[in-house]
Every structure is written in C-alpha cells, then in structure tokens.
Write a protein that binds this ligand. Structure first.
Ligand code: ZN
Ligand code: ZN
Length: 395
C-alpha cells in the first residue's frame, strides 16, 4: 500500500485492493461512490449501524524516507503536471488498519450484532472526498449511521491515542488571489503599476488580521503559502498571485477573517492604483471537525479499558483539518475521530528531552514521514476494532 500511493480521486488501484479484500471478508461492496470511494456493508442482525472510515489518497511529495518499501510512484496533478507521489500523511496506515479491524470483526461476528459500514474515502487531502461520497448517495447505499468513527496516524509516540471532545480540528479556507498591475520595463517604474510591490504590501498587511482583529482568546491562522510574480529582473510583470490558507474554529471568527482578507486585498490594490479589482477564488475548504463529547467518552472509555488510561490523551484542539466530520454532520450522527501515534517512542522521548521534536520527529506531509510499521498497525487495528465493538451490540 505504501509503495503504491495515488493522488486524490485517482485511487483506482487502491480502491481495487480494498474492494477485493472486502469481498473476501463477506462484505457487500459498492465501488465508485464519490468517484473512487468504496463502501462495504456487513449486516449482522439487529443493532446500531456503525460507520468506520478510512481515507486513502496520497500527496504530491517526493519520498525521502529511505524505507525499502518507499514510493517511486508518479501521478498527474490537477494542473496536468507529472509529480512524485507519496503516502506522506499515512493514509496507507488507515486503510491497512481498517482492513485489519474488519477482518477481526468479520471473524468474530457471532459475538456482536448490528451493521458495520466500512467507508474507504478518496480525496481527503483536497477536502473533497467525504462530500463527494455524500453527494453520490452514500447514505442511500449504506443507510444512515448511528455513529461515525475514524482515526489518523500522527507524530505521537506509538501507543499514545489522542482525542479532543468538541471542536477538535480547524476549518480551512484556501484562497487564490490574483492582483493586477501594469507591466513595463524595469527601468521605467513610472510607466508601471507594480504588482510585486502590491503583493508584498498585501502579504505584510494580511499578517495584521490575526494580531490586530482577532481576540486574544480566539484562534485563527492566516498563512500565505505561495507568492508568484514575474520572470526577470528588468521586467515589471502584469500580475501577481498569492495562495492563502486560513484556519479557524468558529463561524464568527471565520467570517471575520475572510471579510478582513477581502477588504485588505481590495484596499491594497486600490492603494497601488490597480487598473482592475483583484480576483479572489476559493480553493479547498474543510468545515470544523466537531467530536461529539458523549461519543468521545464512550469510545475513549473503551480504548482506555483496553490499552490502559495512560494511553489516552486529550491534546486539545489542533489546527489541522479533516473532512471526516462531513459524514457525521451530513447525516446528523455523532462523530468520534482520534489520532494514534506512529513515532518510535525512544526517539520521541529523546527528542522531547532535547527540545528537538520539530527537527527529529517528521510530521505528516513531510517527505521523511515514516510511521513504524509495528506496533503502529497493530495498535491502529486494535483501536478501530475496540471502538467499533463499543458501539455494536454484544451477544
Ligand atoms: Zn491525512
Ligand atoms: Zn494530510
């Protein structure tokens, strides 16, 4: 799975592997749900309908882990470019752990009743897969969930499981901003309206949104991750492009930040005398992921009974974003979404002691992200199995 990563909505090989395994386990399988998603249903008598979700897309990252099962794969990105592809977010682990859990649950079907719905979701990295599956009739195919359970591998030590009740992961808004000037020879600034200076001033002013417009007790992140303009030292270009990534936890703060960004982009263009207004285009969006407190208590209670109280931590809200919550919010079901560690505990402890976690423990999306195969998979399989059993009816 790790050596064969596929980009968002191109997960055809992965979907095939998953579908074959689900059929082997006796699940009723539907493929092509939300383009490349796969749904497996195991109806096993009266009882709750438990959705178990794993995402399965990879990222345009050139793997540098040096693992003997490292990826050499390439894919075509949405702009038509050939790019290297890597499971740099660990979604290969999620697929493997869910298939492992389904194997155990199917083998133990005499000890529980209810319906398991395995949701293998495409395109999590672009925030589009969960919504695509919902729009493509996921609930008509598989029924409405009583609970949605999902997990994500994280740069925590193996054996540690993290979960936060309430708003746990931030909303994301990604924006593309085009700012227009007037190109000219680099020696003749008086003939130009320089979009490079316009964009530079905009980037700096955008950094005042969080520091000057958001209350100290609220959280927001505004990152300008891309700034592109021009080709040559003596050519003033026509336009500049910014790409922004915004993280928030409440609708009020989100609205404030988006309004402020729009106001500042337009005002900086006007301040420069831009010949036309900037274009602001939304790219990916993720809603806030909200864990149901009662569902967290029940699920984490079962995991604590299995792994020990010490294994379960509340890490607080994180500024990452996941679209798993859409499966719950679109159906009115409660959600419990947790993280499980993949880092070598000895390496992690040493890095923590030295204050070098940032440099020594690669995070998700790093070309060096390499969760230990074991015990990470073993723990992920157990966690998903125990979590599912905590909602199914025992018999
Ligand atoms: Zn991920
Ligand atoms: Zn990711």
């Amino acid at each position: 799975m790790h050596a064969n990563p596929e980009l968002s909505f191109a997960e055809t090989r992965t979907a095939g592997v998953v579908a074959d395994d689900l059929k082997r386990l006796g699940f009723e399988v539907t493929t092509g749900v939300g383009r490349t998603g796969v749904v497996g249903v195991l109806a096993n008598g009266e009882g709750p309908r438990v959705f178990l979700r794993a995402d399965f897309d990879a990222l345009p990252v050139r793997e540098q882990t040096g693992l003997d099962y490292a990826s050499n794969a390439t894919g075509t990105d949405p702009d038509g470019r050939q790019v290297p592809v890597m499971h740099a977010c660990g979604h290969d682990m999620h697929v493997t752990c869910l298939l492992g859990a389904l194997d155990l649950l199917a083998a133990a079907r005499r000890s529980w009743s209810g319906t398991i719905v395995a949701v293998f979701q495409p395109a999590e990295e672009i925030g589009a897969g969960a919504q695509a599956m919902v729009d493509d009739g996921l609930f008509a195919t598989a029924g409405t969930p009583d609970i949605v359970l999902g997990q994500h591998v994280a740069p925590l030590p193996t054996g540690m499981i993290g979960c936060h009740p309430g708003p746990a992961l931030a909303a994301t808004d990604a924006l593309r901003v085009r700012m227009f000037g007037r190109g000219a020879h680099g020696s003749r600034p008086e003939m130009a309206i320089d979009p490079v200076v316009m964009a530079a001033a905009t980037v700096l002013r955008l950094q005042t949104v969080v520091s000057r417009e958001i209350a100290g007790g609220d959280t927001a992140v505004v990152t300008v991750g891309a700034l592109n303009a021009g080709t040559k030292d003596n050519v003033i270009p026509d336009e500049a492009e910014l790409k922004l990534n915004i993280r928030t936890y409440t609708p009020e703060v989100r609205t404030t930040v988006l309004d402020s960004v729009t106001r500042i982009v337009n005002a900086e263009a006007a301040a420069s005398g831009a010949p036309r207004a900037p274009e602001i285009t939304p790219l990916d969006t993720f809603p806030v992921l909200v864990n149901d407190p009662a569902a967290v208590q029940r699920t984490m209670g079962a995991l604590a009974a299995h792994f020990g109280e010490h294994a379960i931590v509340d890490h607080g809200p994180a500024t990452g974003s996941k679209d798993c919550g859409i499966l719950a919010s679109a159906s009115g079901a409660p959600l419990c979404y947790w993280f499980f560690g993949g880092a070598d505990p000895a390496v992690y402890a040493a890095a923590e002691k030295n204050g070098t976690l940032g440099s020594d423990i690669p995070s998700n999306h790093s070309p060096h992200f390499a969760p230990l195969i074991n015990p990470t998979i073993d723990i992920g399989v157990q966690a998903m199995t125990i979590a599912a059993l905590s909602w199914l009816t025992p018999r």
